[in-house]
Write a protein that binds this ligand. Structure first.
Ligand code: ATP
Ligand code: MG
Ligand code: MG
Ligand code: MG
Length: 578
């Protein structure tokens, strides 16, 4: 492949665009990888598209290697399956919905669990057909509350999503482990520095879920890592153990109570009071961390009414700060709550809900992350009438202040938890049977009885990864792409008005014929200085300058990372670079 700058759809920018707040966004715009086309929507220019495709290829390569099969679902879907699964309403404002010319409701898919489950139901009939994993690389649509930082958080973005189907838990665990390992290989190949963090605590139903967070201060996810061991968890999912004075292994007994058909604030509070669940006993830092907004949904109702409830206890809470961060809809409820002064010194948390025997799922409008995926219809966790989220901030992020650095590490004796930030580049889930239950996906089992497959789902933000890599691989002069995903392998800079142009094009032709991707800066009305600046901005790993020394048969090789420079004979150069 040989690209010529003289004709390439590319305009580099000297100045930082005013609205670009993070380095990756600034550089991807300035170096001509993307252009903003719509709110939360970006056009990929030729160089950007090359990077996107290379990332896609790495992802595809590793998934095909573990036996996943590529499909492609429609993005425009009828509402019905999403109504059946409950996500038509659970997704809330995040969902882009539209009607066709006959008035039938549709959506632009934010993710495709429903489609995967229906496809397997459609085609597979016997246990012999399993296990199977499907994946696709597709544009997803989410009406994000705050599209941010260019392709980092778009309303339209490229995701790789995969769905595994197994007949039993052991199979699901295997599929999950396989994808976890493949994800490590993928992110290693992409040159990303990342941490795998627990995405939810056991209290959310016990299903495993982990996020891959690219470490960078501009990340929106806050997580904690141990100073002594490799424990890391999203702040939503920290498992804390009892203070040092108590027995760290002691778990409070879990008692399941019948909850009223439709829990109300009063009935929940009554239960809580009866159990004295707000007392210091059993109230861990995790409960504080997981401040929850509770919402009660009438069975069958479309809307969820969020409300905040508190429990008797001895913890002080900064009510003003909480109130300031509430969603408007919650403020009214907050006032209702304030009418119960006897109740409130802390908040109810998922573990306490478990102890109350209250069944719940997580409301995606309230909570950051996708923990809600596993909430409903898990074995032993059927009712969906109480919804809880753990954040108070309107955009669903957790304020770092709520995590208490210093808290002891839950898994080792030596470490403490420190707060870090990252960009969520991948997310893997053991989903369970939520979707196969919803669509009654049954196949014939070995003993002639029907069996219902259990699912895992595995996502990678392909377009987000471009930004995450740029975030980790740049300097003050521009991008510094890892070789594995750079748009080109070699950037040929023509520096001279004489025979350099012909020599560079000839060299470029030979490099391309040898299988390299080559960008030649063959512009004639641009100074060598500008070309060097652009080459550094664009960030291709190796530049070859065809300049003055051509007369002696030499060119200069410049390494973008580390700034290495060397003079090399033109002769034999192709072999050297391949
Ligand atoms: P986030 O917490 O950042 O909103 P998410 O947890 O909602 O992400 P998932 O449903 O887990 O996202 O989707 C799988 C992957 O898709 C994420 O790990 C992330 O890399 C990517 N992704 C999600 N939302 C966006 C977006 N708006 N723009 C770009 N990539 C996204
Ligand atoms: Mg996620
Ligand atoms: Mg998330
Ligand atoms: Mg999200």
């Amino acid at each position: 492949m040989l690209l010529r700058m003289s004709t390439l759809l590319l305009r580099t920018l000297r100045e930082d665009p005013a609205d670009a707040e993070v380095p990756s966004h600034r550089l991807l715009l300035r170096a001509g990888y993307v252009r903003r086309a719509a709110p939360g929507g970006y056009t990929w220019l030729p160089l950007g598209k090359l990077v996107l495709d290379r990332i896609t290829e790495v992802v595809r390569d590793e998934l095909v290697a573990i036996g996943d099969q590529e499909v492609h679902f429609p993005a425009l879907l009828p509402a019905e399956p999403y109504r059946t699964s409950g996500r038509w309403t659970e997704y809330g404002d995040l969902l882009f919905t539209l009607a066709d010319r006959r008035g039938a409701e549709h959506l632009l898919a934010p993710t495709h669990e429903e489609m995967a489950a229906l496809l397997v139901k459609d085609l597979f009939t016997s246990y012999r057909d399993f296990p199977v994993t499907l994946f696709q690389v597709q544009t997803k649509f989410r009406d994000e509350a705050r599209p941010r930082a260019g392709v980092l958080r778009g309303r339209e973005f490229l995701m790789k999503d995969a769905y595994s189907f197994d007949l039993d838990e052991a199979g699901l665990r295997d599929a999950y482990a396989r994808h976890r390992a493949a994800y490590r290989r993928i992110f290693d190949r992409l040159g990303l520095d990342y941490t795998v963090v627990h995405a939810m605590s056991g209290a959310m139903g016990g299903s495993a879920s982990e996020e891959f967070l690219a470490t960078t201060p501009v990340g929106e996810d806050t997580y904690v890592g141990c100073t002594a061991c490799d424990y890391a968890a999203n702040t939503e999912a920290v498992v804390t153990r009892a203070p040092a004075t108590g027995d760290p292994t002691a778990q409070p007994p879990v008692e399941v109570h019948d909850t009223p058909e439709t829990p109300t604030i009063a009935s929940l509070v009554e239960l809580a009071n009866a159990r004295r669940l707000g007392d210091r006993d059993g109230w861990t830092a995790a409960d504080t961390l997981k401040n929850v907004v509770l919402a009660v949904r009438q069975p069958g109702a479309d809307r969820t009414e969020p409300l905040v409830i508190g429990l008797p206890g001895d913890r002080e809470v900064d009510l003003k700060r909480v109130e300031a961060a509430l969603h408007p809809a919650q403020v009214a409820v907050f006032e209702e709550w304030a009418e119960h002064p006897e109740l409130v010194r802390g908040y109810i948390g998922p573990q306490l809900l478990d102890k109350l025997g209250v069944r719940y799922l997580v409301d995606p409008r309230v909570v950051a992350g996708s923990a809600w995926l596993t909430g409903a219809n898990e074995p032993g966790r059927h009712a969906t009438d109480v919804v809880c989220g753990r954040d108070f901030t309107p955009d669903g992020t957790i304020e770092a202040a709520e995590v208490r650095a210093g808290d002891p590490c839950p898994t080792c004796d030596d470490g403490e938890l420190t707060i870090r930030r990252g960009i969520e580049i991948g997310h893997i889930f053991q989903l369970g049977r939520r979707f196969t239950d919803a669509f009654a996906v049954d196949v014939l089992g070995p003993a002639g009885k029907p069996v219902r497959p259990t699912m895992g789902c595995y996502g990678i933000g392909v377009s987000r990864a471009v930004a995450a890599i740029a975030e980790q691989h740049h300097d003050d002069r521009g991008l510094v792409w890892p070789a594995a995903i750079a748009p080109c392998d070699v950037h040929l800079v023509v520096a001279g008005k004489g025979p350099q142009l012909d020599a560079a094009l000839e060299l470029g032709g030979r490099l391309a014929a040898a299988g390299l991707r080559v960008l030649v800066d063959d512009r004639t009305h641009v100074s060598a200085g500008v070309k060097f600046t652009d080459a550094e901005l664009i960030g291709i790993p190796r530049a070859v300058v065809v300049g003055r020394r051509l007369a002696d048969g030499y060119v200069e090789l410049r390494e973008r990372a580390g700034d290495g420079r060397s003079e090399l004979p033109l002769e034999g150069l192709v072999d050297r670079l391949v």
